[in-house]
Write a protein that binds this ligand. Structure first.
Ligand code: GRF
Length: 201
């Protein structure tokens, strides 16, 4: 399956995808970014993956930008879109074009702590169990059906940066696992409850 990865920043999840999808029937054919300074783009270029930058200033509005990204992904035959630290909100028409074919990784146990600064929110709330969610993307904020989750008990941590570092090691395993599951065709929506995903044939 041909996939695209959308990035805005550091790109450690992109690196994990490049490494952990090797040998599976999944090929990263495009890396798109809303930030032409994103270190993630360097990782893509090192791995000889075509990159595209779509900065807001070059477009009339978000929808125009997102449709340009969607067109570029289509030209590259992309079947699945992976958000790996993509910080811009995707507009409705993009989500419609790739309905149920967009995966995101989020550093909390959704539906707790959606949106930005999830780890800071969780630390401020004094939670003892943190975690990572891989989910499908819909029009809401981190509200799409949950594909995978992994929890970790972290008592006594008050530094969000430290917690995020621990969560990222989980992300680097969970996101490639989620992509492999999606690519294998093993994921369907529960007809009785479309918010629930069923894994397995
Ligand atoms: C990750 O922690 C992810 O959960 C969040 O943004 C971060 C991106 O990190 N959505 P990186 O750019 O993959 O290193």
């Amino acid at each position: 399956m041909k996939i695209a990865v959308l990035v805005s920043g550091r790109g450690s999840n992109l690196q994990a995808l490049i490494k952990n999808l090797h040998g599976f029937d999944v090929e990263i054919v495009a890396v798109a970014s809303d930030n032409d300074d994103a270190p993630a783009l360097r990782h893509a270029r090192t791995a000889n993956i075509p990159t595209g930058t779509f900065i807001a200033e070059s477009f009339d509005d978000r929808t125009a930008r997102d449709l340009a990204i969607a067109d570029w992904l289509d030209e590259n035959g992309v079947e699945l879109v992976v958000l790996a630290g993509y910080m811009a909100l995707l507009s409705g028409p993009f989500i419609e074009r790739f309905r149920d074919r967009i995966v995101n990784v989020h550093p909390s146990l959704l539906p707790s702590f959606p949106g930005t600064r999830a780890v800071e929110q969780a630390v401020a709330a004094g939670v003892k169990v943190f975690g990572v969610t891989v989910h499908l993307v819909d029009e809401g904020i981190d509200s799409g059906p949950i594909l995978l989750q992994r929890a970790v008990q972290l008592d006594g941590y008050s530094d969000p940066t430290e917690v995020h570092q621990i969560l990222q090691t989980i992300e680097h395993e969970l996101l490639p696992e989620g992509v492999r599951l999606m690519a294998s065709g093993a994921v369907t929506r529960d007809p009785g409850n479309p918010q629930r995903l069923i894994i397995g044939r």
